[in-house]
Write a protein that binds this ligand. Sequence first.
Ligand SMILES: NC(=O)CC[C@H](N)C(=O)O
Length: 234
Amino acid sequence: MGRQGVTIGVLALQGAFAEHINILTRLKISHLAITPLLVKTPDDLQRCDALIIPGGESTTIALLAKLAGLLEPLKGFVKEKPVWGTCAGAILLSEDVQGAKKGGQDLLGGINVSLERNGWGSQVESFEAPLAVHGLRDPDTPFNGVFIRAPVILELKTDPSRPPIDILARISPPLLPAVGSGSVSGSENGDLLDDDRTVVALRQGRLLITTFHPELTRDDRFHDFFVRNCVYGG
Ligand SMILES: NC(=O)CC[C@H](N)C(=O)O
């Protein structure tokens, strides 16, 4: 990575990788040349300064990564370089997943959260919500969050050996689903402003997760945020 140029890979095994490439291709950050790269092999990954893991199906992405010999290189990459996971990508970057399929699922880890897959419900319960996002360009304009079988962040965990977690966006409490059995239902959510389950975007050092899909909008502000803050450190 030079001061003038950066190669940003998009893991291209399954899911919405083309949409991320499209936004990266038209992203303009003054004096910075951004080279987007589709990542399908360990050699591709080696050429990257940073990586985006798209939405899709986390179990399928992990399985294909294993078959491509990418699982271990990806785990190493996450420990050293900037990585952003959207939706399924966020699941892969988390340390713990509830509702994983029997026998568990392979994760890359890196972000100290526990989350629940499909915590907002099924495909037909997909929704969009305007989000106030801390740190984006043009902060008074809400970001349209597109949630498709999205995970719910259940708990942020503190780990003194890791960078602190910076919460970038929360969803309005009335939208919170009832997560798991016996948990709080939508109508009781009025007091949950500080509930970890309202968090839908966060940064931990060089790592970023969004439980929704910025790549499915025409808004490039999250890609801009990732490059400026996680890749170039602010
Ligand atoms: N839109 C998405 O990326 C959905 C994620 C999917 N529910 C998973 O578990 O991987």
